[in-house]
Structure formats: structure tokens, C-alpha cells
Design a protein around this ligand. Sequence first.
Ligand SMILES: [Zn+2]
Length: 143
Amino acid sequence: MTTRSEREKAQKLNEQHQAILTKLLREEDNKYCADCEAKGPRWASWNLGVFMCIRCAGIHRNLGVHISRVKSVNLDQWTPEQIQSMVDMGNTRARQLYEAHLPENFRRPQTDQYPPAALSYNVDPIHNGNYIFLSKTLHMQSW
Ligand SMILES: [Zn+2]
């Protein structure tokens, strides 16, 4: 059973978290989906520290929680650790880190291309010592 003051405390914390997330989303870094660059992402992978669109969030969910932990920016409750992960990383830094070793022929997925359901995911977590963010796109059937 939670007391009234505990509920109020939780609510206040939630409001603080929402304010931080809203601020992060206003930064140039995070105005576009980390994966497909769709405008105005409202979802996030808190363990990777990136913001993404609802469509890419669905793809990340399919990758499994051992790779990406997806949350809605405004529909879900966040913990302080999850918020800190977003503050520490952000889309630009994440892309520098996870996409440091992409092959030359890598092409970023586009929002209006290929239905995600048509993809066969083949996740390769380790590549040249770095986890390849977006490794799903490296294994598309058309390649
Ligand atoms: Zn996207």
C-alpha cells in the first residue's frame, strides 16, 4: 500500500522526468529518429540512449530486450537511471558510437521504404568491436 505522500512524490518525480525528456527532445540531436530520421520522435531506447519514431520503436522491440529497451517518452514511467542514460547518450553520441564501423555501402532506412515486417532480422551484436546499431539493415534481402 502506498501512502498519499509517496504517491505525490512519485508523481512529482514523473513530472521532473517528463520535463527532462521534453528538454532533450528539443535539442537538435534528438529532433529526428536515430534510425530513420523521421521528425519528432516520441519513443526511446533507454539502454542505447536514443530517441526514435514509433515505427523504429516497433523494430527495436522485436530485436529483444537484451539489445534494446523501448519506452514511450510520455506514456511510460521512467526511472532516474533510465533518464540519466538518455541524458548521457542522446542520438548524436549514440550514432558516433554505434555506427562508427558501418560498411561503406550502408544505407540508412527511410521511413517510407520497406515495411519492417518484411525484414528478416539477423542481429550481429559484435562487429569490429562495436555493437552495430541498425545491424538489421545490413541483412536486408535485397543485398
Ligand atoms: Zn524511425
